[in-house]
Design a protein around this ligand. Sequence first.
Ligand code: PLP
Length: 228
Amino acid sequence: MGASEIAENWRKVREQVPRAVEVVAVSKTKPMEAVVSAYGAGARSFGENRVQELVGKHEALTAEPSPRASEFRDLRWHQIGTLQKNKVKYIAPFVGLIHAVDQEALLEEINKRAAKHQRKIAVLLQLHIAQEASKFGLSADGLSSILERLTAGQWPHVEVKGLMGMATFTSDTAQVGREFRTLRRLYDRHAADRHWDTLSMGMSGDWRIAVEEGSTMVRIGSAIFGAR
Ligand SMILES: *Cc1c(COP(=O)(O)O)cnc(C)c1O
């Protein structure tokens, strides 16, 4: 897809999604120039799900002393997919937000790597809301256990900003709505006390439903960059 088409798609998406909802442009599998085009049109948050690809794009565009780093100063990288523990170290120096944290062991590792770089890493806890067994995420009990540990001060270099979830891939919009609502209710239960501000739900195919159900951040790939 050409630069002008990507720019046009970005503007359309940005126009349709309410102003208060952040749009993460999901650039996974797309070339660097696609990121450059969307950035040029105003996108600032980019989502990747493979660490190797994320690191490659970071090194080419945003890592100091990349010659282009000053051009992309406001670009924020989001790790949106399942993250393996042994890959955390590669993104720890620069990642802006990790969306899909669903294990204490992963929090442990993110905390350790963040400490090494003397920073705090922002994360979202992924909840399992879909009917499909293949979708990852914490149960409500798993969430409670993590929240207790956070309260106790474990993982001081991790900053939990909220929750993330993926609905079932189905044309049954009522079901998708119910799943997002479940997540929204869990979010509401904790957001004020814990100073959360991010509820990441909604993709190209279901963001309208997610926004209706209270999403604050949508992750949009194919509607901006074309089919993968
Ligand atoms: C790929 C991906 C998206 C974007 O999907 P589209 O349907 O292309 O918008 C959003 N979230 C996650 C976790 C993804 O892996």
